[in-house]
Design a protein around this ligand. Structure first.
Ligand code: TXA
Ligand code: MG
Length: 330
């Protein structure tokens, strides 16, 4: 069953909420990426998410809520700084890691004593959460380790019939996942850069956050290789992209290039070239679709250059580094 944006009436949302109540899986749009949702209070439904994704059970999921007012159902306590961030950034691409409330099934948290929660900003996600009434545990709707989906088409191509419903809310506006902040204590730290920038967080808090990641919280799911297309990814300095790509192409690779904006007018002898948008938000919005496109065009090697690590560029650079990370032996 697929509901498209044009006919996303309340009946389609209600049907999807019913599927969640029955223990089924609903893929739904958020402003960051598409999520693969299950009733967060139903351990068996949550277990199915892990099975469909092929994700190790020790990697916890994010519990999506309709509003900060529901926090009390899921977390043990809400420290003052966490409350401040929730008020400032929700609905939006910020995930807070807090102490787990008693009703959170261990399946959702990978056995941790903490739980990740966020209120997404997409109207379809909020309508689904309102119709369902409870929390929706949802990882990104892709197979473990691969590129996150930013359209309903990506979800169907990757997960197909394994999902009971795919709600189509159009392409995701942010394009990279939420920023995850360990907010269990007053000394906050960023566990994963994402849609809310460090600069935004520091402005809201009026102080600096620990750099780099220095959390006492265990961070499962942070494998070196993640967010990875099929093609191998190699990162080089922007001024080396063209030369490296042509060298690899000459030596027999089918090279895909993410061409940095400064070289947009350069002719590149490669198998496939995607000119990266000069606007960083547009780059973030397109990043995963670009990687999928280069895979689809049969590239076996992708040459790219991470953008400067400021603002949303930090999240893009993080995903590219992880995509370029060492892969498990096949
Ligand atoms: O934007 C997003 O965050 C998307 C949309 C669907 O909301 N979701 C997403 O979920 O990216 P996922 O499962 O692909 O990534 C969630 C990450 C996990 O890999 C893990 O590192 C972290 O959240 N996480 C979840 N619970 C945690 C916890 N209790 N402590 C530390 N990290 C946690
Ligand atoms: Mg993911």
């Amino acid at each position: 069953m697929t509901a498209r944006p044009g006919d996303m009436d309340s009946a389609a949302i209600d049907r999807a909420a019913g599927v969640l109540r029955g223990g089924g899986l609903v893929a739904f749009p958020t402003e960051t990426v598409y999520g693969l949702g299950a009733n967060a209070a139903d351990g068996a439904a949550v277990a199915r998410v892990f099975q469909v994704k092929g994700r190790p059970p020790s990697h916890p999921l994010i519990v999506h809520l309709g509003g900060a007012g529901q926090l009390g159902d899921w977390v043990e306590e809400v420290p003052a700084t966490a409350r401040l961030l929730a008020e400032r950034f929700w609905p939006g691409p910020l995930t807070l890691v807090l102490r787990r409330g008693r009703r959170v099934p261990l399946e959702a948290t990978g056995g941790l004593e903490t739980v990740a929660v966020r209120v997404p900003a997409h109207p379809v996600a909020l309508a689904l959460l309102a119709a369902f009434g409870g929390g929706i545990a949802a990882p990104s709707a892709n197979r473990f380790g691969s590129v996150s989906p930013t359209t309903a088409g990506h979800v169907r191509a990757e997960l197909g019939d394994a999902v009971d419903v795919v709600l189509d809310g159009g392409p995701c506006q942010v394009g990279v996942e939420s920023t995850i902040v360990d907010a269990t204590g007053e000394a906050l730290s960023i566990l994963r850069p994402g849609g809310v920038t460090r600069e935004d967080l520091e402005a809201a808090l009026g102080r600096q956050l620990a750099v780099p990641v220095t959390s006492h919280v265990r961070v499962p799911g942070q494998h070196p290789s993640h967010y990875a297309p099929r093609a191998r990814v190699v990162l080089v300095a922007p001024e080396k992209v063209v030369a490296e790509a042509e060298l690899a192409q000459e030596s027999g690779h089918r090279v895909g290039v993410l061409l940095p904006p400064a070289f947009a007018d350069t002719e590149v002898k490669a198998h496939a070239v995607v000119a990266v948008p000069a606007s960083i938000p547009a780059y973030a919005r397109g990043l995963y679709a670009f990687l999928r496109e280069l895979d689809q065009r049969g590239c076996d090697l992708i040459i790219a250059s991470p953008p400067a690590e400021q603002g949303l560029g930090t999240a893009i650079a993080n995903r590219l580094r992880r995509a370029a990370g060492p892969r498990p032996a096949a």
